[in-house]
Design a protein around this ligand. Sequence first.
Ligand code: CP
Ligand code: NVA
Length: 307
Amino acid sequence: MTDFLSVRDVSAEDFTTIIDMAIKIKQNPQLWSDRLKGKTLGMIFQKTSTRTRFSFEVGMTQLGGHAIFAQNQHTQLGIADMADEGKVISRYVDLIMARMTHNRDLVALADGAEVPVINGCDELYHPAQALTDLMTIKETLGHTEDVKIVYLGIANNVSNSLSMASVYSRAHFVLCVPEFDPPAIDEEQLDILRDTGYYEEIADPAVAMKGADVVYTDTWINMEYFDDPAFAEEKERRITTFGPYQVNEALLNLSGRRTLVMHCLPAHKGYEVNETVLYHPDSVAFEQAENRLHAQKALMLWLLGEL
Ligand code: CP
Ligand code: NVA
């Protein structure tokens, strides 16, 4: 039984298989329309979501199965042992997807669970997003090998998963950030990435952007802190610190070639990306959002041995 708590839970070969299946499923969804008949996905959310919630639930419906949506505060997860709850939930469902605030809670849930568990985004990783991102690049450019992906802004859960997924896909990943989101620092993964020859850290956006095939950015403030009054001062500091890393037309022009614009969404226009670039003809941000559906259908089929 395999979980998908981080990209590294699967091999590079399996990651590519899932992406290729996602592209096929998108082209011909009816071929898989009853493959998960009678199966149930349990979805647990400690944090808010639009894309993850809709795409997993609709994905399960389109595969002939069913999804249960549970907000954490309406469950006993807050007062019970996480592993016990994972064990119990997996007696009812065939697959679990959880968006937890802390990775340690997700790991505990998965330790107790007797069915595969998917990470729906915690403070360290967002692997389902990264699967979609590499699928979108492959679908748009026809390949991922030797594609130069530049990630600008804050190093966080999204860049952690995207960097590993890029290296798995033999794309060149450049991290162009002034700092890391402290809870997202993963030294073990950084050591692995730095040894691959596919990963670089370049602080200057003008240098990093040269020859970029893809530029990717994400919010400078994660969802759980966005409207938190206790985070207001840090939010202001980040707006100043990360301002020079905004993805805008001037930055896009630095690549000297056609550059796809990517964003996991939700976007904060005027901060990490400006409006012109988000809606630029080379922006695939909304295709990415759609592809969550197709990529996760392939992921669920693969985890359940149905690909
Ligand atoms: N990209 C993403 O995970 O979006 P949601 O937070 O809306 O699920
Ligand atoms: N880094 C963002 C990703 C949103 C999908 C967050 O954690 O809020």
